[in-house]
Design a protein around this ligand. Sequence first.
Ligand code: XUL
Ligand code: CO
Length: 435
Amino acid sequence: MTTGFFEGLTPATFEGADSTNPMAFHHYNPDEMVMGKSMKEHLRFAVAYWHSFAWEGGDPFGGPTFERPWHPQDDMGRAKMKADVAFEMFDLLQAPFFCWHDADIRPEGDTLAESIARLDEITDYFMAKMEGRDIGLLWGTANMFSHRRWMSGASTNPDPDLFAYAAATVKSCIDATHKMGGQNYVLWGGREGYETLLNTDMGRELDHMGRFLNMVVEYKHKIGFKGQILVEPKPQEPSKHQYDYDAATCIGFLRKYGLEGEVKLNLEQGHAILAGHSFEHEIAVATADGMLGSIDMNRNDYQSGWDTDQFPNNVPEVALCYYHILKAGGLGQGGTNFDAKLRRQSLDPHDLIAAHIGGMDICARGLKAAAAMITDGGLENALTKRYDGWDAPAAKAMLDSDLASISADVLARGLDPQPRSGRQEMLENYVSRFV
Ligand code: XUL
Ligand code: CO
């Protein structure tokens, strides 16, 4: 028996690019092989519980617009109804993964003990539903930003009791993720930052955050959790400044606290844009250091300047992201999480399904374009050519030399280097042949 929420809808199937059925896949064909792996294995799509089921459609100017039968979300019966609907949606999309925050899936208890007991109960309920279904948990995480207790941060809070509360909260979420066979555990520090430096001891807060993350890693090993620990960069929103500003900042932070071999990055398109980067820039920064863990695929509205978390719709952008991901060997234990939400006027259950179908199709097109560029080798050949001077033994040896010797050699040879074209437009034209 179903809840009836998605009445009239049947599981989306691949109908090909010529189909006009808005509830079918036109490009995402889970079993289609791309560079030796199925699309399903490459993309590892996940549905984000918070946007799809917990968000009620409010914005800074107005309250909820969605009226779902599981609202208000303050009782376990309705949490289970929400889970029933969520799994019906996973079936309709053939989604291989989902992701949650504790706060999305269980109502807050009167005490932490009650909140944890509820988390345990709802994750058991999930596991019963996962039995016999081809779906896994891509990642779990703790929401340590919505409740007022977190307003001054979690691990960076000036009050040690909050650090303790955060430690207990994260422990419960790692336990639940581990129990569900989760592939990753994510920490996004929504309030790990500051509103004003006037009341902030930044050095101390960073040390506390570094120690906290080390505790997370120690606990992971203690319980034998095999998932990756990931941090998610974002420069601001909700805090004025967040410590996990962007990929490069996070990598520096992880190195400073000895975590570079233990923690990787969950990169999000919208966060890259807020930091003044492109998404492929963030992916390239991470892959250059072997730090890519997983991605949150969405898009920001380029005019509003907010983290609007819309479903992706830009094939050329998405293609370049998957190009860098494929070049680095793929997503591994990570995946493509739709950290994306409907617009608040998109009220209907159909909208929720269509949004995901569209996002999955865009990613499939991006993946296929990326694979075609890799197979063709045009960009790689251009790179090889651009750096080919470095193949010469004398050029390589220079890296082990010193400034004075290099200078003597330059003067002796009367070197007068001539600039060469970067060929940017030709390369952009090349990419547009594939997207
Ligand atoms: C917020 C955001 C979060 C994280 C998980 O911008 O991206 O949803 O992905 O806490
Ligand atoms: Co995210």
